[in-house]
Write a protein that binds this ligand. Structure first.
Ligand code: PBG
Length: 325
């Protein structure tokens, strides 16, 4: 007996496959994470993130213009300050590196793409934690909220269209929304890193921004435990109640179940962060000739779209948009 149902009929040619494709991956779906270092004369390659640099203000401006010309949906800026201190002052000073870079970039690309700022303290604190640390070593949730509010206002004032709190403090979205509204920044949107897991995949990022957690510590008292799936729904509900405009799952490939759950839970834009370790694993294997890096990158980012992500933060943004437009 020959089969009557023949799914292969719709796979036999590229035009047929394109016609019936259920999802797609376009430059507009991608947001490029970019690093900008204070007081550096030349951009410096980041060894663990091949193809990426710690930018100078100048090279950053050029990079963003290039990404805009490729149709990339947005950029998200991370700062590497010249000096760190216990309170992460550089995160909320008006002359902090990200605030300076935001002004440059907004002047350069205006409305061509969405300019976002990561909002956290870890790049700016000498102990490497995402918040203020008490003498007993505990990261002080509520003392940190005030500083996040100040960072949000500084970023909005510098021109960020979207601020993206990534520190996983309880109540951070509400504190930031209030601080922004109090200063008249009612139109600045919040992309909440809502379901952010304590992950081994952030290693290359920490090298990129020069963050080392004091005493060989970790972020397990504030970032989520990878054993938990339901908890992500709770985190997202809280962030939406506090005024998040968009929510995120991070990392990406190891949390497709979470992404899919959240897709059916929320109506707001949902995004996934394909993080540094995910990028570097693909690059490293491709370098050895073990996989086709471009194909694997598209397959992974495509899987995130299929699982429900509206857009994706990815270090592949420039590459993929360069080849796809
Ligand atoms: C925290 C932050 C981190 C990343 C983005 N924001 C690191 C961390 O939580 O330790 C990681 C991103 C990546 O690995 O690509 N400010």
């Amino acid at each position: 007996m020959f089969p009557t149902e023949r799914p292969r009929r719709l796979r036999r040619s590229a035009p047929l496959r394109r016609l019936v494709a259920e999802t797609d991956l376009l430059p507009r779906h991608l947001v490029a994470p970019l690093f900008v270092a204070e007081g550096r004369a030349e951009p410096r390659p980041i060894e663990s993130l091949p193809g990426h640099l710690q930018h100078t203000r100048d090279s950053l401006r050029r990079e963003v213009a290039e990404l805009a010309s490729r149709g990339v949906g947005g950029v998200i800026l991370f700062g590497v300050p010249a000096v760190k201190d216990p309170f992460g002052t550089g995160a909320y000073a008006d002359d902090g590196i990200v605030q300076e870079a935001l002004r440059d970039v907004v002047a350069e690309v205006g409305d061509e793409l969405v300019v976002m700022a990561d909002l956290c303290l870890d790049e700016y604190t000498d102990h490497g934690h995402c918040g203020v640390v008490r003498p007993d070593g505990v990261v002080d949730n509520d003392a940190t909220l005030d500083l996040y509010g100040r960072a949000a206002v500084a970023q909005a004032r510098a021109g960020a269209a979207v601020v993206a709190p990534s520190g996983m403090m309880d109540g951070q979205v509400g504190a930031i929304r209030r601080a922004l509204d109090d200063e008249g920044f009612t139109e600045t949107a919040i992309l909440a890193y809502s379901a952010k897991y304590a992950s081994g995949l952030y290693g290359p990022f920490r090298e990129a921004v020069g963050v080392e957690i004091a005493g060989g510590g970790d972020r397990k008292t504030y970032q989520q435990d990878w054993r938990n799936r339901r908890e992500a729904r709770r985190e997202v509900r809280l962030d939406l109640d506090e005024g998040a405009d968009m929510v995120m799952v991070k990392p990406a490939m190891t949390y497709l179940d979470v992404l899919s759950d959240l897709r059916s839970l929320v109506d707001v834009p949902l995004c996934a962060y394909h993080v540094s370790g995910e990028y570097s694993m693909i690059k490293a294997a491709a370098e050895r000739g073990w996989i086709d890096g471009d194909a694997v990158a598209r397959e992974q980012l495509g899987a995130l779209r299929r699982a429900g992500a509206d857009f994706i933060l990815t270090y592949f943004a420039g590459e993929i948009a360069g080849g796809a437009s």
